[in-house]
Design a protein around this ligand. Structure first.
Ligand code: S3P
Length: 445
């Protein structure tokens, strides 16, 4: 599928309901499998990645039923899963495969985990090594110093051994995989991170009654004396801040009468994008803030003429807190005055594409000077002249395709984006949403 993004001819305006957060959606599905009571999941996004997790839980023995707008997951409890028929296909979804590694490490059966071409080249040793240290049997395909899918997880011959580990890099996926395996270990499993990664797992497992504690940067699961029972009534999935970032960026760059994005998850582990924009002088207002639920939510509002922006530096914890938004932040940086520096983001190299390479190639397509480094890139902003119309190869990466579509709104002619099918992994309605705001983004096969 190809996208064509046309220069915006008027300010964007309107209200868009962004689909449910992908990270929370995966967890709602996978954790509900472990519940002994049926769990109602409201607000799940319609992206293909969450669909992979939904299919996986049915293959492992859950019954998934639709009830109006909710999905009701009739889980198996911790010990009732069954061996799936055939391998579980995780598609493009890194979160599905990595979380399943943890969930399946303690099962008495073996499960094959496969993925598409992109997923089959993504590093898995980061989850496999600690799980093996807990006694799990996991095999993968050697690639250099790492292991890549297809993977086989299990069978476990007895309970797993608890683990205390300090991660070299903050990673919510790795942390979650280890904590899930910790539910099947005897004793205390502790994960310490060097900085803050998203904490949805902690919030959601605690809600289900897992024996989980958080102290500083260390999260611990202690099974000693625990009855092994997880249960809950439901999860409400707020709208995805990572998907909202594209529409926020579009409104900042193209100008907005008023663009409103309600119900966005504003968990502080996810708001690096908003913090980076604020540092660039961009104004995004948070209205209707609601802290009463398990995740804080707010309506994001952008108003007014295209905003004057200045370059910034994104590094350290801020890079972790905006990791999925860095491609679209790079497009914003292309319109900001000065040189934006992104560093401490080496993780970008192993996302759905090598996002340092694909982001730089996209920006160069727009006529913007961009230098890659091992752990980031620099962008020479060009605020005084629109972008050049680009021909972007998204490389099958949803976030590159959507970032390029945003850039196309402030270019001097149509921007063509090839290999954009995977927009459907996180935000199938993206082009329609932008068009609904008054932009023109069309698709063709
Ligand atoms: C995710 C964690 C992040 C993020 C990814 C989703 C998750 O990766 O980039 O898109 O849902 O746990 P890390 O595991 O590197 O934090």
């Amino acid at each position: 599928m190809k996208l064509v993004s046309h220069p915006a001819t008027r300010p964007l305006s309107g209200t868009v309901t962004i689909p449910g957060d992908k990270s929370i959606g995966h967890r709602a599905l996978l954790f509900s499998l472990l519940s002994e009571t049926p769990v109602r999941v409201l607000g799940l996004g319609d992206g293909a990645d969450n669909g992979r997790s939904a299919k996986a839980v049915t293959q492992l023995g859950a019954r998934v039923a639709r009830d109006g707008k909710a999905l009701v997951i009739h889980g198996t409890g911790l010990r009732g899963m069954r061996a799936p028929e055939g391998a579980i296909d995780c598609g493009n979804s890194g979160t599905t495969i990595r979380l399943l590694c943890g969930l399946l490490a303690g099962q008495r059966f073996a499960t094959g985990l496969v993925g598409d071409e992109s997923l089959s080249s993504r590093p898995m040793a980061r989850v496999i090594d600690p799980l093996r240290a807990m006694g799990a049997t996991i095999t993968g395909v050697p690639r250099g110093m790492d292991l890549v899918p297809p993977l086989t997880v299990g069978p476990a011959i007895g309970p797993l051994a608890p683990l205390a580990i300090a991660l070299e890099m903050a990673s919510a996926q790795v942390k979650t995989a280890i904590l899930l395996a910790g539910l099947y270990a005897e004793g205390a499993t502790c994960v310490t991170e060097p900085g803050p990664s998203r904490d949805h797992t902690e919030r959601m497992l605690a809600y289900l009654g897992a024996p989980l504690t958080v102290a500083g940067r260390t999260t611990t699961i202690t099974t000693t004396g625990w009855n092994g029972r997880l249960a809950g009534d439901g999860f409400s999935v707020p709208s995805d801040p990572s998907s909202s970032a594209f529409l926020v960026a579009a409104a900042l760059l193209a100008g907005a009468g008023e663009v409103r994005l309600p119900n966005i998850c504003v968990n502080p582990t996810r708001t690096g994008f908003l913090d980076a924009i604020a540092a660039m002088g961009g104004v995004v207002t948070l209205e209707d803030r609601d802290e009463t639920g398990p995740e804080p939510i707010a309506t994001l509002v952008v108003r007014g003429a295209p905003q004057e922006l200045r370059a910034t530096t994104i590094a350290g914890d801020l890079a972790v807190r905006s990791i999925d938004e860095l491609p679209v932040l790079a497009v914003i940086a292309a319109r900001a005055r000065g040189t934006t520096i992104v560093r401490d983001a080496g993780e970008l190299r192993v996302k759905e594409s090598d996002r340092i390479a694909t982001t730089c190639a996209m920006l160069r397509g727009f006529g913007i000077a961009c230098e890659a480094s091992p752990d980031g890139f620099t962008v020479e902003g060009r605020p005084d002249r629109p972008l050049d119309p680009a021909h972007v190869h998204a490389g099958g990466d949803h976030r590159i395709a959507m970032a390029a579509a945003v850039g196309g709104l402030v270019a001097t002619g149509p921007t063509h984006i090839d290999d954009a099918d995977n927009v459907a992994t996180s935000y199938p309605g993206f082009a329609a949403a932008l068009t609904g705001l008054g932009a023109s983004v069309t698709s063709s096969t």
